[in-house]
Design a protein around this ligand. Structure first.
Ligand SMILES: C[S@@+](CC[C@H](N)C(=O)[O-])C[C@H]1O[C@@H](n2cnc3c(N)ncnc32)[C@H](O)[C@@H]1O
Length: 340
């Protein structure tokens, strides 16, 4: 199959060996956007910080700890569904597919899909896309365990990675987006994002998405406010990151983690609550922030869906549903769609 690799002038290439390479945007682009985005989002009447900034090295490590918490059902539930796909997913994989993963993180769930591909094709190409440097560690670990794996990692936003992919070559792609990370988007942004994936896909590409389902409020709130306080640490770590990278003076003792399930909007809402009246300086974002006691900084939405909403979402964004798999409690859904 012919390869017409684009000249990606915005990315620096890191060649590790013949089976492992990374692409990363030039660092000035990353630094500028972090400072600019923080400057914008903390200057709004309802202050917010984008959840994509959770994942510095410490944040990615904390997320891995969250995945192992008994309260955090999504990870183990989705893994159990993926295990059930062993015999069924190959039915949709005619010929050879490259695996593309949005928000690959630790790539632990990925292994279940790689195992499937390993059984049915000789060579596997894996294309993880993640904003976090964790991608390099996860890829090195995968390399140790899979002999015929070729990895091209894109350390960038989902959108950046999809742009990269859209110019790449004519190999068929199995795109996966796991962990219900899609639930972080607002309804409109989510639809735009799905349309972006749809327009990036070639006719024979397929897309597997994991989405968390609506369920009991207590189960949901416990999952995002665990008894060991790991999710609280994860949430507060975003302030440490701003301190370190943007020369700010957030005092973490003056903030608390706050997570509630908004039943009307079907979403967990995560905030950092200011415990006192305070001012904070963020030098590299050029702002001096005034916060009132009990004022909230929004950090994450995690939307939950019903099966009919998933069907509607996919149809509205142009996809054709091939199959949906659930766990025995109907907590989580994996939906496989094609472009046409
Ligand atoms: C909730 S974790 C899920 C990780 C893994 N897919 C799973 O299911 O366990 C989200 C992952 O997506 C990455 N991420 C978050 N926002 C991103 C964005 N806007 N663009 C690219 N990666 C992003 C994070 O670094 C993190 O590794």
């Amino acid at each position: 199959m012919s390869k017409t690799i684009q000249k990606n002038i915005h990315y620096k290439k890191y060649y590790v060996d013949s089976k492992l390479q990374y692409f990363k945007p030039h660092s000035t682009k990353i630094e500028k956007s972090f400072a600019d985005e923080i400057s914008f989002s903390l200057n709004q009447p309802l202050k917010f910080i984008s959840p994509k900034f959770f994942y510095d090295k410490k944040g990615s490590e904390l997320f891995e700890q969250i995945c192992n918490l008994s309260e955090y059902y999504p990870t183990r539930t989705e893994i159990n569904i993926l295990k059930k796909l062993k015999d069924e997913l190959p039915l949709y994989l005619v010929d050879s597919f490259r695996l593309v993963e949005l928000g690959s993180g630790s790539s632990i769930k990925t292994r279940l899909i790689l195992d499937i591909l390993n059984r049915i094709q000789e060579k596997i190409e894996y294309f993880p896309i993640d904003i976090s440097e964790i991608l390099t560690e996860s890829s090195a670990l995968l390399q140790q365990d899979y002999d015929d794996l070729h990895i091209t990692g894109i350390i960038d936003t989902y959108q950046g990675g999809l742009e990269f992919l859209s110019n790449y070559d004519d190999q068929k792609n199995l795109i996966v987006f796991l962990g219900s990370s899609f639930g972080n988007f607002t309804s409109n942004d989510g639809k735009e994002f799905l349309k972006k994936i749809h327009s990036t896909m070639k006719d024979d590409d397929i897309f597997l998405i994991g989405l968390d389902l609506v369920k009991n409020k207590t189960i949901l709130e416990n999952a995002y406010d665990d008894s060991q306080g790991i999710t609280a640490k994860f949430n507060l770590n975003i302030l440490s990151r701003i301190n370190d990278e943007l020369d700010a003076d957030f005092n973490l003792n003056y903030f608390s983690h706050h997570a509630i399930y908004n039943e009307h909007d079907q979403r967990i809402e995560m905030y950092l609550k200011s415990l006192i009246d305070q001012s904070v300086s963020i030098k590299k974002a050029n702002i001096s922030l005034m916060l009132k006691k009990n004022e909230l900084i929004h950090t994450e939405h995690s939307h939950k869906y019903t099966l009919s909403q998933i069907r509607e979402l996919m149809h509205q964004t142009g996809f054709n549903i091939k199959n949906t798999w659930l766990d025995e409690n109907n907590y989580f859904a994996l939906t496989l769609v094609s472009k046409n």
